[in-house]
Design a protein around this ligand. Structure first.
Ligand code: PBG
Length: 327
């Protein structure tokens, strides 16, 4: 054939392929979420997330050190709170002695350069299992009352040493309220990575098992977004940007690559993708059955986030991927 254009020329050897490779994944792009609970020497496996466990603080510090050495220098902490410490106000969320705050202090003492992100939302501490305050009569999730609680949680989190705060609650106006309160309290340097477009998703199942944090009643559809919507994500992004967010996040990741792409086009801020627990669990389960090559699918998934425009990837694959990248 007399073909002028033969795109395969650029795929003909591994050297030419790497020469023209458009997107590169690095350990420094990855942010590792970790689960923490009370105790000593505890690594309690999370059944739906093979390879992950609820860690006591001593084990958490070991895990963080290993990640840091592999080049994953940002982590996010998620505390499993004892049922007896949960109440309808979620007041454990700003108790300066809570497990989450003791955990960040231990990590910052052992690894001062590690960046640590703390979630801002009430669900791990709420006896109702909702991210916000529930009206006891109507069952409504109360926006403005929730913001007051989130402010207390934010200030206490910054005091405890968190470098990045991640409001994952989807209340209206929380980014601006947090930024103002943080600045007033002298925490100008504390970053806000907003869960900007967080969808009411079925992909959070394993995470809610890990923290026993599923809603006791109803669902999260009055605050998390409808999976059918993308324009709405641009509205949320514009608001978060105007309110002072430093980084915009899309969650879940894989089924929402179009949303990542749209936010990338619409904003100059860094964009983060949260490759959530259910996405991790699906890959692990299929790989365990021998139905897919787990490593291949993991790396393909992660580079897809970069191709879509994400700068930061929150992923339970962080350690495994960093190990593969180091080879
Ligand atoms: C809580 C929160 C959730 C996740 C992160 N923060 C769960 C939820 O909104 O129900 C999910 C993370 C994951 O599934 O990996 N506000």
């Amino acid at each position: 054939m007399n073909l002028i254009h033969r795109p395969r020329r650029l795929r003909s050897s591994s050297v030419i392929r790497s020469l023209v490779q458009e997107n590169h994944l690095q350990a420094s792009d990855l942010l590792a979420p970790l689960f923490v609970k009370e105790g000593k020497g505890v690594r309690e496996p999370i059944l739906s997330m093979p390879g992950h466990a609820r860690l006591s603080i001593d084990e958490l510090v070991k895990e963080a050190r290993e990640l840091f050495q592999l080049g994953v220098k940002t982590i996010a902490l998620f505390p499993a709170i004892e049922e007896s410490k949960k109440n309808s106000r979620a007041s454990e969320a700003w108790n300066p002695e809570n497990i989450n705050f003791r955990a960040v202090q231990a990590i910052k003492t052992a690894l001062p350069e590690m960046l640590v992100m703390g979630d801002v939302a009430l669900d791990p501490y709420s006896s109702d299992g909702h991210d916000g305050i529930v009206d006891p009569v109507s069952g409504e999730i109360l926006n403005d009352q929730t913001i007051e609680a989130l402010i207390k949680q934010s200030i206490a989190s910054a005091k405890a040493g968190f470098d990045i705060l991640g409001p994952s609650d989807m209340m209206d106006g929380r980014v601006g309220a947090m930024r103002m309160a943080l600045d007033e309290a002298g925490f100008q340097k504390t970053l806000i990575m907003s869960y900007t477009a967080k969808y009411a998703s079925g992909f959070y199942g394993p995470f809610r098992e890990a923290l026993a944090s599923a809603p006791k009643k109803g669902d999260k559809k009055t605050y998390q977004m409808d999976p059918a919507n993308a324009r709405e994500a641009l509205r949320e992004a514009a608001l978060d940007e105007a309110e002072g967010a430093d980084i915009l996040m899309v969650k879940p990741g894989l089924a929402y690559l179009d949303v990542i792409y749209r936010l990338r086009e619409a904003s100059t801020l860094p964009i983060a993708a949260y490759n959530v627990s259910g996405e991790y669990a699906m890959v692990k389960a299929a790989a365990e059955k021998g139905w897919i090559d787990g490593d291949k699918v993991m790396m393909e998934t992660l580079v897809a986030f970069k191709r879509a425009g994400a700068d930061v990837i929150l992923t339970y694959f962080a350690k495994e991927a960093a190990k593969l990248l180091a080879r």
